[in-house]
Design a protein around this ligand. Structure first.
Ligand SMILES: Nc1ncnc2c1ncn2[C@@H]1O[C@H](COP(=O)(O)OP(=O)(O)OP(=O)(O)O)[C@@H](O)[C@H]1O
Length: 398
């Protein structure tokens, strides 16, 4: 959708801000450009809407060389969000949001309706905020108006230059979450500039790591974190990249352990025999509908009173239900490993159950399996293979 072909930008004073850049952003893809201050990110972005002209090379938008397109017409196809939002102070939120439809000559009722729809979409109630002026909004609300305004004429492409840079970290994370949700329905082609690697990792389908006018690496977040292409990238993503990577590595079936599975209405002595045979200290307990109920520990199954006959007074054999405990820690397949880790800590659990998308139990993730999953995914990225093709050598094998 957006293609840079050997693009160089040299400013009149001799500064080469962008050097022989080739990069492609696919339709519906969100690419983050990340790098330290002054490395050429903004220059790259501004060449797309012709606020800056390249010195050499060309930029194609949807197969068309943008140097042949009238800049004003071009900008109507490209939403632009910047850090200093640039709202008109004497216009209301509704009027600000409707700026591009206004320039495009839409009738008043239509553009107001569109602006109200967009405000709703970015989480601002138009009835409450529509008639306010920008200085009656918080920083986070102003950024939302900036995003709504950029989307108003439904452009296929969005350029976002540190759009959430001026707000505090909590609001920022909130805006990122909202924007991801929005993007999952709108599927815009987005070029997103940030100097914050966490933001780049969180938002990008792919990340272009910039170092001094050149791309050092252009890969999905997990690969940038797990297999940095150069020492510069490794340094930029930071020493804690293993931790960051936890948030972009999904739980896969092959990561899971298969403990014994018993049902609530199974006789307890059968469950006990099963656990003994398999040398397991606990079993996963499912209900009649095969949904996760909880777990049964070997100790509970062995406890006095857990014999084959019920000693509690009611008749019938003792079942798993009499000694099972509820388990709240579970996650769907595909959740990030970080969520699994945090869930284990939150529930003080040595494992968490993993369910498929139909809520069926598929296995459990333990801390050692989590560690293996991370190592395997790093190896897979380094060797460009899938995660289940990686054989790990562990301390026990040596
Ligand atoms: N108009 C200009 N004339 C001369 N040099 C410029 C001009 N604009 C930018 N530069 C230089 O080009 C380089 C890249 O600037 P650019 O603004 O693209 O970087 P950036 O990565 O977006 O930085 P930041 O994160 O600080 O905004 C810098 O060295 C900058 O000083």
């Amino acid at each position: 959708m957006i293609r840079f072909e050997n693009v160089t930008k040299r400013y009149p004073d001799g500064t080469t801000a962008v050097h022989d850049l080739s990069l492609e952003v696919a339709e519906g893809e969100l690419v983050t450009l990340v790098g330290p201050s002054g490395c050429g990110k903004t220059t790259t972005m501004k060449m797309v809407n012709r606020l800056i002209e390249p010195t050499s090379g060309r930029i194609m938008l949807d197969g068309e060389d943008i140097s042949a397109v009238d800049p004003v017409e071009l900008r109507r196809r490209i939403g632009y969000v910047i850090q200093q939002v640039g709202l008109f102070p004497h216009k209301t939120v509704l009027e600000n949001t409707a700026t591009v439809p206004y320039l495009l000559g839409w009738p008043k009722a239509e553009r107001r309706a569109r602006a109200a729809e967009l405000l709703q979409l970015v989480g601002l109630d138009p009835a409450r905020y529509g008639d306010r002026y920008p200085d009656q909004l918080s920083g986070g609300q102003r950024q939302r108006v900036g995003v709504a305004r950029a989307l108003a004429a439904d452009p296929p492409v969005l350029l976002m230059d540190e759009p959430f840079g001026a707000v505090d970290p909590v609001v920022r994370e909130h805006l990122q979450t909202e924007f991801l949700k929005l993007q999952s329905t709108l599927h815009k082609t987005v070029l997103f500039v940030t100097h914050d690697i966490e933001e780049a990792v969180r938002l990008g389908d792919r990340i272009a790591v910039y170092g001094d006018g050149r791309i050092e690496q252009f890969d999905p977040p997990a690969k940038v974190l797990g297999a940095p292409a150069t020492p510069y990238v490794a340094d930029f993503v930071g020493a804690d990249r293993g931790l960051k990577r936890l948030s972009v590595t999904p739980i896969e079936r092959g990561d899971l352990e298969q403990p014994p599975v018993v049902h609530l209405d199974d006789p307890l002595d059968k469950a006990r025999t099963r656990m003994r045979t398999e040398g397991a200290r606990w079993a996963v307990v499912l209900d009649d509908a095969d949904e996760l109920h909880g777990w049964l520990s070997a100790e509970a199954a062995d406890a006095p009173g857990a014999g084959p006959e019920d000693t509690t007074g009611d008749s019938g054999p003792v079942t798993v239900a009499d000694h099972a405990r509820r388990m709240e820690a579970w996650l769907p397949l595909g959740s990030p490993l970080k969520q699994a880790f945090s869930s284990m800590l939150q529930h003080d659990a040595g494992w968490i159950a993993v369910l498929d998308h139909a809520d069926r139990f598929v296995g459990v993730l333990t801390p050692s399996r989590l560690h293996e999953a991370l190592r395997r995914s790093i190896d897979a990225d380094e060797r460009d293979v899938s995660r289940d093709e990686v054989e790990l050598e562990t301390v026990a094998d040596v």
